[in-house]
Design a protein around this ligand. Structure first.
Ligand code: HEM
Ligand SMILES: *[C@@H]1O[C@H](CO)[C@@H](O)[C@H](O)[C@H]1NC(C)=O
Ligand SMILES: *[C@@H]1O[C@H](CO)[C@@H](O)[C@H](O)[C@H]1NC(C)=O
Length: 528
């Protein structure tokens, strides 16, 4: 009995040890999926949360976990949400298994409404199994050189800046002093941007085409849902066709040959893969989303912040004075020249304010598809699920930005001796990695140009009070929170400038010096 008992005990202990070894081994070798954050309502709770709170829902879930990545289960799939900048960097390197191409391929057809032939060109080789050639695979690389600092960016910047100067002149001489700031910015920046991209035959200069473009933009949600768009999104899909046709005519006449290197690169790329002229036209409506949808909201938030804080406005005016030279002009007036070449370095407060505006109003996410079972750090990601890096989740993390993360601090990004700067990878306004916004240099110059000319020339007061940001205006295809499109301001030329025959101009030399607006730019800073 005793012996049996002893044997039994030894056997049991041995079994336990084997089990324990297996268990320990398992917990070492086998990773688990990122921890699940549950909703109070089973099954559909997360979907309801996403509909109600949009991208801010991920911020609410983040506050329930300390994990660097968490899972949000939704009907048979999981969305993985990244909360840590370290994991962001790793994800950005894993471009094959955590891929962007399938997402673009899915979105392109819905956004552009291209033909079935066009769609099959887009869908070809999105997983890279057929080699390096594929419309989506080479698309991003094609656009980068045209928008990187250098002669083609300079050419675009010059056209943009001349247009902004014209807009400011028109505003200064206009008998109307009350205007809708958002719509004014949207129109003026649309004109400035599209002339610099498309050249003198810019199709968006036609008010009907511009209106159609914003009609299309406003109906994007239903176009993306893509259930009978000709019925559920009739006006938006008709508007999209109108914009597409205008661009088709533009390309057919060869007008892009007088446009930027950017539009030529996009056109060449599409022709190279055999896309029809009709599809090239319709794709350009989608292309305008990237170039137009985020800049005017950024400019709006920038001006709204500066003009609602008189002390900040004064600080910015002092900085603009340092890049402005004044000389005698015609008719006894003066000529003021604002030098934009070094603004990002010479006007640190204005630039830091822009960075804080971008931090504060970013509502976009970078999206990746898990194309095969993948280990990310200690986590197992399952094929077919989606990986999200919502900018707002990183931008509101108090462990990264400090306890005052919710406050707008226009000096947050200002460098000072001994001051600890936030980690550049935690700044996600322009995305990052292979999908980092190639237009960031152009976009920041544009917003700084409009801000600078306002600061130099105008006083502005809200009709009523400045409306607070409305989270309901976050769209998931834009990066920047949409402003209130019904809001009016009173604008007057500054008292000091009244009745004087002064003229204003911008100056811009070569864009040799890169200013770091993204972590990726840090290596380039100051390079000649
Ligand atoms: C303040 C304004 C802007 C912001 C905040 C912004 C932000 C972004 C972000 C976050 C992405 C990455 C999307 C992703 O990873 O899924 C992106 C992509 C892109 N951006 Fe920008 N952007 C701005 C203005 C511009 C401008 C003015 C241009 C061009 C002149 C531009 C051109 C592009 C292009 C070509 C892409 C690639 C994706 C696409 O074609 O849709 N962006 N942008
Ligand atoms: C481009 O501009 C030139 C000179 O302004 C003009 O003659 C020409 O018709 C324009 N269009 C094309 C396609 O070259
Ligand atoms: C586009 O293609 C034309 C003709 O092949 C070429 O001359 C031009 O340099 C290309 N432009 C860009 C920006 O790729």
């Amino acid at each position: 009995m005793v012996q049996y008992g002893l044997l039994g005990t030894i056997g049991a202990v041995a079994l336990l040890l084997v089990a324990l070894r297996k268990f320990l081994k398992q917990s070492n070798d086998e990773c688990k999926e990122p921890p699940i954050v549950r909703s109070t309502i089973p099954l559909i709770g997360h979907i309801l949360g996403m509909i109600r709170y949009k991208v801010f829902y991920y911020q609410m879930l983040r506050d329930q976990t300390s994990a660097p990545i968490f899972s949000v289960p939704v009907i048979g799939k999981s969305i993985y949400v990244i909360t840590s900048p370290q994991l962001v960097s790793t994800v950005q390197r894993m471009t094959k298994t955590l891929a962007f191409e399938p997402i673009v391929a899915m979105a392109t057809q819905r956004v552009s409404g291209c033909s079935p032939q066009g769609n099959s060109i887009i869908q070809y080789n999105i997983d890279g199994s057929q080699g390096d050639r594929g419309y989506v695979i080479t698309f991003f690389k094609t656009m980068h050189p045209a928008l990187a600092p250098g002669p083609s960016l300079d050419a675009m910047n010059r056209i943009m800046i001349q247009n902004i100067a014209k807009s400011a002149d028109a505003l200064a001489t206009s008998p109307v002093n009350r205007l809708n700031l958002c719509k004014w910015l949207r129109h003026e920046l649309t004109i400035a941007t599209t002339y610099s991209v498309y050249g003198p035959a810019n199709p968006m200069a036609d008010a009907k085409v511009e209106d159609a473009f914003w009609e299309f933009e406003g109906g994007l949600m239903m176009l993306l849902v893509n259930v009978l768009p000709s019925i559920t999104a009739r006006r938006a899909s008709e508007a999209r066709i109108a914009v597409g046709k205008a661009f088709q005519r533009y390309f057919e006449k060869g007008e892009h040959l007088n446009g930027s290197a950017l539009v030529q690169a996009r056109y060449n790329h599409s022709r190279e893969y055999g896309l029809s002229m009709e599809d090239i036209g319709t794709f350009e409506a989608g292309g305008c989303l990237a170039t137009l949808a985020n800049t005017f909201p950024t400019a709006y938030w920038m001006l709204a912040y500066i003009y609602s804080h008189p002390d900040v406005l004064q600080e910015c005016r002092n900085e603009v004075a340092t890049i402005t030279t004044t000389k005698p002009g015609e008719d006894g007036g003066r000529l003021h020249v604002i030098d934009m070449t070094t603004i990002k370095a010479s006007c640190p407060v204005i630039t830091a304010t822009l960075q804080e505006v971008l931090r504060h109003t970013s509502v976009g996410s970078t999206v990746r598809e898990v194309v095969e079972d993948t280990t990310l750090d200690v986590y197992a990601l399952k094929k077919g699920n989606t990986l999200l890096t919502p900018a707002n989740v990183l931008h509101t993390d108090s462990s990264l930005w400090g306890a005052n993360t919710d406050t707008f601090d226009h000096r947050r990004f200002l460098r000072a001796p001994g001051k600890k700067m936030p980690s550049p990878t935690a700044f996600r306004a322009f995305g990052g990695g292979s999908t980092l916004c190639p237009g960031r240099h152009f976009a920041t110059t544009e917003v700084l140009a409009i801000a600078t000319v306002f600061i130099a020339r105008f006083d502005m007061l809200p009709v009523g009070s400045w409306p607070p940001p409305d989270r309901g205006n976050a769209q998931f295809w834009t990066q920047i929170l949409g402003p209130n499109l019904d809001f009016e301001v009173e604008i007057h030329e500054r008292k000091e400038l009244k009745g004087v025959k002064d003229k204003w101009a911008f100056q811009l030399s070569e864009s040799k010096v890169v200013f770091a607006m993204a972590a990726e730019d840090l290596n380039e800073v100051g390079k000649e």
